[in-house]
Ligand binder design. Structure first.
Ligand SMILES: O=C(O)CCC(=O)C(=O)O
Ligand SMILES: [Fe+2]
Length: 429
């Protein structure tokens, strides 16, 4: 309760109260309080900020925290201790010894035929796919520090120069470090991306065409540069707009834990229409509380994507990702042409039926569903027709299931109601 109360205080009150006794000194130094103050203040808009080791020192522009200024040996508090525990967990405890049956498949490369026919709905790691990228050859954190020192990147809700971010990422002890996640990086770094000569990286061929390319300049945000220290990462989510993604590790290593679309993920709570996902725990808390249970749960798969490797995230799959080392990654979302057209039909259905959850489009795109289906009608009428056919068949199948469940089509059984435990597995490949 005390910590919740402290969240209502401004900086000078926190400072004064923190002078009252050892316990309040410790409580008022809780760095999460200062992180919030910083993020709510004007300082947040200063790209030239100087990171001073803690949010408190940074906010108050103090010299880097003098260690052990006040001896708090006699202060005991689980609440104050918890962030310390979480930012000091040994990640290897969770990420090592992955059970063989949970391992994400690994290949050197994969052909587009194999991908489209057998692997488009399954996660896998490719180990020899990005070695020709200049981005893989040249990029590392030192290179960024030299070449892009003054470039301002987006890191969650702040815009910082790379110089500031690198100082932050090398000294922070935040439990959930601010993650650099920038979708305008190509423009900011003045690099070209794609198949043209001189490109810094390109889409791996094995994934084949990307149907969202039909949207041209109107496609939603789809590529990100991701940089973060050890412990940074992404809590459980599904990727936007029913897209698939690939995620390439340029430097560092990432642990992935994934579940198929219809699975119940321990510690993740989804509203009945799946519009809201609550995963209230930080990555470290989730690992502490739920990892063991998750590992035993149906559908769970795990893997480590090492430097130089790329991981495929199929549409609709849940994933939690944590950086095992400071690292750089590139990710791109796409809609592949799989043999069963599952991905196209899912993307169309998402844009149509979950319009309120569609994200990443510019404000002037008011009807992404119409836009996408119009483009498909122009360029690939055959694909559109097949995908709509699949959606109709699915609807019909759902209706039949429902009728069976409520006894609507059981005229001759004499039983007005039937019940089954055949879980809704149509989403699970
Ligand atoms: O590298 C990561 O943290 C994963 C990123 C991710 O899942 C995403 O961009 O959707
Ligand atoms: Fe993701």
């Amino acid at each position: 309760m005390l910590l919740i109360f402290l969240e209502y205080l401004d900086a000078s009150s926190l400072r004064m109260l923190g002078s009252a006794c050892k316990f309040l000194y410790a409580a008022c130094h809780s760095d999460d309080l200062w992180k919030s103050l910083y993020l709510e203040s004007e300082l947040k808009n200063s790209t030239a900020l100087e990171w001073r080791g803690t949010w408190r020192s940074t906010f108050l522009r103090l010299p880097e925290e003098p260690n052990g200024a006040i001896n708090c040996d006699t202060v005991f508090s689980d609440v104050l201790h918890r962030p310390f525990v979480c930012s000091n967990i040994d990640l290897a405890t969770y990420t090592a010894s992955i059970p063989a049956c949970n391992q994400i498949a690994r290949f050197e490369t994969i052909s587009n035929d194999d991908f489209a026919g057998q692997w488009a709905r399954k996660p896998f790691i490719l180990t020899k796919c990005i070695q020709d990228w200049p981005a893989f050859r040249d990029w590392n954190l030192e290179y960024f520090s030299t070449k892009y020192r003054d470039v301002v990147f987006r890191a969650e809700s702040v815009d910082w120069t790379f110089e500031t971010y690198t100082k932050y990422m090398t000294t922070t002890s935040d439990e959930s470090p601010v993650y650099l996640f920038d979708r305008k990086f190509a423009e900011k770094m003045d690099i070209s991306v794609g198949q043209e000569a001189g490109a810094t990286y390109w889409r791996p061929e094995c994934f084949g065409p990307d149907l969202f390319e039909l949207l041209g300049a109107e496609r939603p945000a789809h590529r990100w540069l991701i940089i973060g220290p050890q412990r940074s990462g992404s809590t459980f989510h599904k990727d936007p707009n029913a897209t698939s993604a690939w995620n390439a590790v340029i430097q560092g290593a990432k642990y992935w834990i994934m579940f198929p679309p219809g699975a119940d993920v321990p510690g993740v709570y989804v509203s009945s229409d799946s519009s809201e996902v609550t995963s209230p725990l930080s990555i470290a808390e989730w690992l502490l509380e739920f990892h063991a249970e998750a590992r035993q749960s149906p559908g769970c798969i795990e893997g480590i994507c090492e430097m130089g490797e790329i991981l495929h995230v199929p549409s609709g799959w849940w994933h939690l990702v944590v950086n095992l080392e400071p690292g750089i990654a590139l990710t791109q979302n796409f809609v592949p042409v799989s043999s069963d057209l599952y991905h196209l039909s899912e993307a169309i259905a998402f844009l149509k039926d979950k319009a309120d959850q569609v994200t990443g489009f510019k404000r002037d795109v008011t009807d992404p569903y119409q836009l996408f289906t119009n483009r498909l009608r122009e360029k690939h009428p055959d694909l559109l027709e097949r995908a709509l056919g699949i959606l109709d068949a699915k609807k019909e199948q759902k209706k039949r299931k429902w009728d069976t469940a409520v006894g609507g089509d059981s005229q001759d059984s004499g039983v007005g109601f039937s019940f089954g435990f055949g879980g809704d597995d149509e989403d699970i490949p």
